[in-house]
Design a protein around this ligand. Structure first.
Ligand SMILES: [Zn+2]
Length: 520
């Protein structure tokens, strides 16, 4: 009962108690022979332990992750975990698990003892009958409640035996889905080899594609924001001039991560099963591909990281509440950039400024804490709440840290190329973010333009046409440009969608919100 209370709350705990009832009644029922008694112990102990372990596991998961065992995050992590990782995990979380394990062991021993001593037929008694009438009614009532518990489907599903059998089934089904994904990946690689892409130049080349997360360009100093959020990128721009292009009017076609990544890597054809995949195409052309990410996400892992030759995810906590800073992947990127392979595509997938903003920078590094500046004043005038204004300061502080990460990543690329080496760098965000720009609201935003206003920066060792900065740009067409930076030629190439090409022809993306002008 203690474990039921531990693992469930309120109504759920009562339902569980009703499910455990027959077990209790069965154990309390006096048995005549020793053999039957032993047989009962043999069956009742594992059943009772089911309730005990169920309660302990649920309590642990709730305490640590605020998640039920069948939550997709938990299910995904468990299905995807190898033995070494499990041991690492057990070691890391030993203190939290230890006291629960001790309780479970104690319960196991107590239960065994109780079952040994469980009711036996009193010697000499001819028949056993509940002595009081009230007692009899209570027994009937309990049996009735328990019968209802077992008859009702949502109720019955909670029974540890049924619940965990289904859990194992779900985990297996998830794994199956992934293995289908890896078959799909094989097909993508095959069709890319079929397209037989070639490279326009001889010799080595390194292309780095950096994908930021939840970045609204209106908050970057580089784009004219009054707060000093991008000092290092601005000095890079000053030093490199037209070779480092700040594309003024860049837009994402989606307001959330997965659809945006999908259309980016599938050449704008998010739903086309036959659409080529940028990573597969790069590999078919002889590029060695890296996926270095700070987002531990199953879908990303299976749709992108597995298509790369080398993959590294530095964030071990699934979901976006992980707090590993983007700066921690810079070394990993440096190692990739210095790899002896002549042609390299290094994709870096950052956490950027994804909520919660204050997790996206080192503690204490908020240059905008408590400032009373023009941004603050205009937010006040627009009637933004204190909470939104504070979120804006946190967001801008995350961007200031992001500025350093981007500059360091760019530095890793430049250093690895040496003098005269061929290389290119493209940075964009998967989507924008609403932080009191148009509404008194904070977060991803499909319903305001702020959700789609992204930055896009491009540098190429061979230089860039100066018009690039003024051309409107779509994130879902970015693969055409990355392919151009790698020098790829294949039958499906479309110069009209490559922002670097003179034949570039703009079409506004179909957004969920009406945008009055894509060129401001
Ligand atoms: Zn995102």
């Amino acid at each position: 009962m203690l474990f039921i209370a531990l693992g469930h709350d309120g109504r759920r705990a009562l339902q569980m108690a009703a499910l455990a009832l027959p077990l209790l009644v069965w154990v309390a029922w006096p048995l005549r022979t020793a053999a039957l008694h032993r047989l009962r112990a043999l069956f009742a102990w594992p059943l009772a332990m089911g309730f005990v372990i169920d309660g302990a596991v649920r309590d642990y998961l709730w305490d640590r992750y605020v998640a039920a065992p069948n939550n997709s995050m938990v299910l995904g992590a468990m299905s995807n975990t190898q033995t070494r990782e499990s041991l690492e995990y057990l070691w890391l979380n030993a203190p939290d698990m230890l006291w629960r394990a001790t309780l479970v062991l104690a319960a196991a021993a107590l239960l065994a003892l109780a079952l040994r001593r469980a009711a036996r037929w009193p010697a000499g008694a001819a028949a056993w009958r509940p002595s009081h009438r009230a007692c009899r009614y209570a027994l009937v009532l309990l049996v009735l409640v328990s019968a209802i518990a077992h008859a009702s489907k949502p109720w019955r599903r909670l029974h540890p035996t049924l619940y965990w059998t289904k859990w194992v089934d779900d985990a297996n089904r998830l794994r199956e889905g992934w293995s289908q994904q890896s078959q799909a990946n094989q097909r993508l690689l095959e069709s890319a080899r079929h397209a037989a892409p070639t490279v326009t130049f001889e010799g080595a080349s390194t292309v780095m594609l950096v994908i930021g997360e939840s970045i609204n360009r209106d908050n970057l100093g580089l784009y004219g924001y009054p707060r000093d959020t991008t000092p290092r990128l601005e000095s890079l721009k000053a030093a490199l001039g037209d070779d480092f292009s700040v594309i003024r009017n860049a837009w994402s076609a989606d307001a959330s991560t997965l659809p945006s990544l999908r259309s980016l890597f599938r050449f704008g054809q998010a739903h086309g099963a036959d659409a080529p995949h940028l990573l597969a195409l790069a590999r078919a052309a002889g590029y060695k591909v890296w996926w270095i990410g700070n987002q531990d996400d199953m879908a990303v892992e299976h749709q992108y990281a597995q298509l790369a030759d080398r993959a590294a995810t530095i964030n071990r906590r699934p979901g976006r509440s992980g707090d590993t800073l983007d700066g921690e992947l810079i070394d990993e990127v440096g190692i990739a950039a210095r790899d002896p392979a002549p042609r390299k595509l290094i994709v870096v997938h950052l956490m950027g400024a994804h909520p919660h903003y204050r997790l996206r920078r080192p503690a204490g590094a908020n240059p905008f804490a408590g400032v009373q500046d023009d941004v603050e004043q205009s937010l006040r005038r627009a009637g933004r709440s204190a909470w939104t204004r504070e979120a804006r300061r946190e967001y801008d502080a995350a961007l200031r840290y992001h500025d350093g990460v981007l500059s360091d990543l760019f530095g890793q690329l430049r250093d690895s190329l040496g003098v005269g080496g061929r290389g290119a760098w493209l940075y964009l965000a998967d989507h924008g973010q609403e932080v009191g720009h148009e509404l008194d609201r904070v977060g991803h935003s499909a319903s305001t333009a702020a959700g789609y206003r992204i930055p896009a920066l491009v540098w190429r060792s061979e230089g860039l046409p100066s018009q690039v900065a003024e051309r409107p740009f779509r994130a879902d067409w970015a693969a055409w440009t990355v392919a151009e930076l790698m020098g790829l030629r294949w039958s499906g190439r479309d110069a009209a969608r490559d922002v670097l090409n003179a034949a570039y022809h703009w079409h506004p993306p179909p957004l969920a919100v009406r945008v009055t002008s894509f060129e401001r």
